[in-house]
Ligand binder design. Structure first.
Ligand code: ATR
Length: 270
């Protein structure tokens, strides 16, 4: 059987997901392919999903900006997707479309692989979309964290804060200068030149983490690097790869050994 999987979102011109999943296909000797569907118009989403189901796709990843919208279209959920109300993976089943969230697993692995000590730290989250929902859900497993969240739309930040088992403080952009924290994590999709609103002297002690990944420095990490020379910078590549590993397992049922360091050096040339 040929296993058809892929990704929906936009923009997707630089996605590494096909390369990652083709490596997994190769490793597991499963015959299949990973197709990119760059959907510019959100009103086409339902038709595209119906097309994929009719053409026997096993499922697709869902990325920016559709994780919350696709949540609303699913018929059933894994616990994490149901909790976060964000879906980054769907599987077509006999009973309809099942939504999963493997970003939460990917974020957990990002902390682990980069030896980031989350417990007993204070964290500022930027953004309140699908990735932010996954992050806030991933942070529930830690017992002692102080969390702040800031977003262009304050109402969306409040909705994400309400998801948490922690008492999250919502900070409007204009008040960010009052923040003093150990870790700043970017979940927004802001591109080059968009981070000037952070030019206000926040106190950040240890890490700047970007859940985005680009093959060079991300715009957010570049911005932070120039202003906070002492920070350790971490991009989202480990999250991307580990959520993909989990996704592949959900679609194919196949568990396999996987050395992420080898993969990054030899396959992605990072
Ligand atoms: P993802 O699935 O990657 O989280 P998303 O759900 O579309 O993507 O969320 C994108 C996030 O980036 C949101 O927090 C969005 O802010 P709003 O909620 O106010 O829309 C943020 N974002 C995107 N472009 C932005 C910009 N130019 N300035 C500020 N925030 C931006």
């Amino acid at each position: 059987m040929y296993v058809n999987i892929g990704i929906i979102g936009t923009p997707l011109s630089h996605t590494l997901s096909p390369m990652i999943h083709n490596y997994f296909f190769h490793n597991t000797c499963i015959n299949g392919g990973y197709t990119v569907f760059d959907i510019k118009d959100a009103s086409n989403l339902e038709n595209v999903l119906e097309f994929l189901r009719e053409h026997h796709f096993v499922g697709v990843n869902v990325t920016h900006p559709y994780k919350e919208k696709v949540y609303e279209l699913c018929d059933s959920y894994c616990d994490f997707a149901e909790y976060s109300k964000a879906v980054n993976l769907i599987k077509f089943t006999d009973k309809g479309m099942k939504g999963y969230n493997t970003d939460i697993y990917g974020i957990d692995k990002l902390f682990e692989l980069n030896n980031i000590k989350v417990d007993n730290s204070s964290i500022l989250i930027l953004g309140a979309g699908g990735a932010s929902r996954a992050l806030v859900t991933a942070l529930n497993k830690f017992t002692n964290v102080d969390i702040f969240i800031s977003n262009r739309s304050v109402a969306k930040a409040e909705a994400v804060a309400n998801l948490s088992t922690h008492n999250i403080t919502v900070i409007p952009y204009e008040k960010l200068s009052t923040v003093d924290c150990d870790i700043i994590i970017n979940t927004t999709s802001i591109g080059d030149g968009g981070y000037d609103f952070l030019n206000i002297g926040m106190g950040i002690r240890h890490y700047a983490i970007d859940l985005q990944y680009t093959s060079g420095m991300t715009p957010f990490l570049d911005f932070m690097r120039l202003r906070y020379k002492h920070l350790q910078l971490v991009n989202g590549i480990d999250m991307l790869i580990m959520q993909a590993h989990k996704s592949f397992n959900i679609w194919t049922g196949r568990e396999f050994e996987f050395d992420i360091k080898y993969f990054k050096i030899n396959m992605l040339k990072l």
